[in-house]
Design a protein around this ligand. Structure first.
Ligand code: C2O
Ligand code: CU
Length: 505
């Protein structure tokens, strides 16, 4: 039985769930013609649902110390940056009670999780913003397995930049294809504190491989000639990002990672930055890439450095065979100096002095998309084949306007889809900045990058489309019904209009 509420489809199960949360009669509130699940204080805990994992998050303003002497006004979940890492088992149901103690509205998006549309956290599309003092209850099944994350989806340009993000790890129900002895999660972020020299933006992107050298060169030049120039040449009013953090801290305040000789160590890398692509290296070690956006590869790929664009994740593994103290850092010019370093220390080698970070990637094996062979974890399509061409443009002459097929959201044309459709989207970047495009609600295959076909596509939910006519072709099965945001993950570009909707009916 299905109950349709003003165009939004609720399954009977959804209906019961919402009823359980809000009490009958308060099924939904209507706002501007759309119908949403209500923000509400959770009533008595429903004993029938006691198998639910329950988690409480509070968003509030805090004073945060990035490094000794660098204290800033920030926003955080449960008083920490990143917010608490949520660990769920694949298939487990979770209820997350979010209290908004900020002086402004907020929402949470569960990035990379196939949530029901009403739990997706997009203001005015899937829910009303949660007002100051209000509580909102998110509830969903944890799937698919992998390194996911959660973050504010309300005025990201401010709130994401100020610290409202955290890891969300969904552990696989089946044995992990890449077993490991110990694991760490590293979340990278860029901060505009006004206390140092602004770093050049990483405009070109690097993930597809083609723009790699340009990207690094561009950065070098910007760094040498003064970041201001770089900042002004494209993309309008980029804030002066001058501090780079790992897990909310700038080196030397970063917390060292301990390893034991012979350990297989998994590092889950998450880029929560607004603007910057990072190129991650661990001195003395090669890194084996095992997962793209949380989705396992068929085989690991060994490289020296892993570029990671905003909102992307990589799981990488290292085998601890080089006793000592080593620095894990970003090789982009200026980033390590701005704090993006963390020590990896072998047991018993706590006193060792690490070699300093080295800028650039000359002569190194650098990860790019077409090196990966994915496992096909995307549901099989059963509907029609659909094709779309999206041209990404904007930022001309320093403007803040960013478009898809010449239009700015909310005037962009949505992708109108039916459940089960096999959807191909060709993304063409006609601008001078890379765009990490993220689709909500379902992951996709990357079937081609810069004109090169990937024989065994990798699976992602964010994909970097390189500057200067970079292109990516993605394919997905429209399996999760609802209205899903599909947008550039750089908040400035979102604000500028680079958003469309995948409407799956
Ligand atoms: Cu990670 Cu629409 O967001
Ligand atoms: Cu963009």
């Amino acid at each position: 039985m299905e109950a349709a509420v003003k165009g939004q489809q609720f399954s009977r199960r959804d209906f019961l769930r919402i009823s359980g949360q809000a009490g009958l009669g308060a099924l939904a509130l209507s706002l501007g013609g759309r119908t949403f699940a209500p923000a509400t204080t959770l009533a008595a805990r429903d004993p029938a649902n006691s198998r639910l994992k329950e988690i409480t998050l509070e968003a509030r303003e805090i004073m945060w110390e990035l490094a000794p002497g660098k204290r800033i006004n920030a926003m955080a979940y449960n008083g920490q940056i990143p917010g608490p890492e949520l660990r769920l088992k694949e298939g487990e149901r979770v209820r997350i009670i979010v209290k908004n103690s900020l002086p402004e509205p907020t929402t949470i998006h569960w990035h990379g999780v196939d949530v029901p549309n009403s739990m997706d956290g997009v203001p005015e599309i899937t829910q009303k913003p949660v007002q100051p003092g209000e509580t909102f209850v998110y509830e969903f099944e944890a799937k698919p397995a992998g390194t996911r994350w959660y973050h504010t989806h309300f005025q990201e340009h401010k709130q994401l930049d100020l610290g409202l993000y955290a890891p969300l790890i969904i552990e696989p129900a089946k044995p992990d294809p890449f077993p490991f002895d110990r694991g760490y999660t590293l979340v990278f972020d860029d901060w505009a504190t006004g206390t140092g020299r602004a770093l050049p933006s990483t405009r070109e992107g690097t993930a597809g491989g083609r723009g790699r050298m340009d990207g690094m060169m561009g950065g070098m030049m910007g760094g040498g000639m003064g970041g201001m120039m770089g900042g002004m040449m494209s993309g309008g009013h980029t804030p002066g990002y001058d501090v780079m953090t790992i897990n909310g801290k700038a080196y030397p305040a970063t917390q060292p990672l301990k390893v034991r000789e012979a350990d297989r160590v998994r590092l889950r890398l998450i880029n929560a930055s607004a603007n910057h692509t990072h190129v991650i290296r661990l001195a003395g070690h090669r890194l084996q890439v095992t997962h793209t956006d949380g989705n396992p590869l068929a085989h690991s790929v060994e490289v020296d450095a892993v570029p990671i664009t905003p909102s992307e994740r990589y799981d990488v593994q290292l085998v601890a065979r080089q006793p000592g103290a080593w620095i894990l850092y970003c090789a982009q010019p200026g980033h390590a100096g701005a704090g993006e370093q963390i020590l990896v220390v072998y047991e018993g080698r706590e006193g060792d002095k690490p070699e300093p970070a080295v800028q650039g990637v000359t002569g190194l094996d650098v990860w790019h998309y077409s090196l990966g062979r994915g496992r096909d974890v995307v549901p099989r399509p059963w509907g029609e084949q659909r094709m779309f061409n999206l041209t990404l443009s904007g930022g001309m002459m320093g403007s803040d306007v960013w478009t898809i097929n010449g239009k700015r959201y909310p005037n962009t044309d949505p992708l109108r889809l039916k459940k089960g459709d096999r959807v191909r989207v060709m993304l063409n970047n006609m601008s001078m900045e890379a765009h990490p495009m993220h689709l909500h609600g379902q992951s996709f295959k990357v079937v081609a990058v810069n004109g090169k076909r990937l024989t065994q596509p990798i699976i992602r939910d964010s994909v970097d489309v390189e500057a200067h006519m970079g292109s990516v072709v993605i394919e997905f099965t429209a399996h999760n019904p609802g209205d899903w945001f599909f947008h550039c993950h750089k908040p400035m570009h979102m604000d500028g209009g680079m958003i469309t909707l995948a409407k799956i009916g």
